[in-house]
Write a protein that binds this ligand. Sequence first.
Ligand SMILES: [Zn+2]
Length: 494
Amino acid sequence: MSRPPRPSAAVVLTRNRLANRQVFWVRRSSRVAFMPGHYSFPGGGVEPADHEAARYFHGPEELRPSLAAAVRETFEETGVLLGAARLDDLPATRKALLAKEIPFIEALERHQAQPAGVVFHEAARWVTPPFSPMRFSARFFVADCPEDQHPEVWEGELAMGEWIAPAAAVDLWRRGLALVPPPALHILRSLEREWDHAIELLRNPGFLNADSIPTKMEVTPGIHVVPLRTPTLPPATHTNLYIAGHGELVLIEPASGEAAELAVLDTCLDTLRREGKGPIREILITHHHGDHVGGLEAMRQKYGVPVRGHALNRDKLGAGALDGFIASGELIVIPGDPPLRLRALHTPGHAQGHLIFWEEDARAIIAGDMMAGVGTILIDPPEGHMGTYLQSLELMLDLHPHVILPAHGPAIGDARDAIRFYIQHRLKREEKIFSAVAAGAGTVEEIVPIAYDDTPPAAWPLAERSTLAHLEHLAGLGRVVENQGRYLTADRVR
Ligand SMILES: [Zn+2]
């Protein structure tokens, strides 16, 4: 079971000028473990020092350490020290605090800060759902940024920060240009409203359960993600089921039929139903692997709807597993206001009958196992084929996508860069394998320790499968030949 969520806190800095409200949002670095590349607000975990500093804050006793953490994190991440009276040398104090040379209390005292005088509007507490390996119990406070202070992000855990109108931020999310986790998205949508209404919505989002866990997670407009626990390839532990539609709904990846996982799905469906969405029209699969279809039969029975996928899955799933087939290029229109359109595209390589689903409005690809937000994609011959996998990645690149919605792990932003990285990473590995062959390694067992010297030996059994896929690809290109069970570079064979 996952560990209890860690208390954390964040500040939504606002600027309300001439009826033109702005918020300061930050983008997390693409290298951090939690929500890489996602937009949110300055914040972080509550630390012992925050309990010490709590006496500088007003409000209910149990809230004060969170307020202290929110103010400290905002100072560390943006340089804005809420309540500060003396502003000279703030950057020096920020640097010293970041280097842990001074405690937070000293930072407050140096600048004669009286955070008790700052007005904080308390928003709801949000708890990360149990699927996540890192979980937070996060408090958000909305506070006006002092006119004489200007937030500035120093690159590190955060890649950037900027002032933006809430409506403009939501619009970037709508177009797939910004990944925004559920709490931040709700806060931005609330702050689009007139002030009293906004404050009410911030306090009562309306879709948090009794444990403050969101019961729906909209990743791009009209597409909700429900991670279901599956026996998948570590380090992944879950497969993402996606619910698509603004009205009627389509389920993609019926990954688990376990009662506990079906209950997680039902909680989300109930929330969507209360918003007037439904019924479920059909279930789609990306491909036949067990961690993607484990709940196919259970969900077909439960919801009484047909299941469709590419015809090449027919033999692997057995007769009758699919009620209909999807051809590459088929446009699936899901009725609603507005209708949601998914274009199915055949992308073999990881699996012969693999489909992706392309949603053009947010330029989002529901990518199945073509790419992963956690772990790597296995190309395992003879089902897996490196040459066609690389071609399928090129096909995805040509769509000019903004967002990848993978079957495992969080959404991936800057999609074209991510796809290019995947292709380059494979080709780089292939060159290492070619070099190993050129140096005399002739079997998969001899090649792997050389070509995967940057990978722990525990991963080598899987690396052997990928190596075989690369060797097949190199053979197809005429660069290596197989001769009596050994691989040679082509120029060595005459
Ligand atoms: Zn798979």
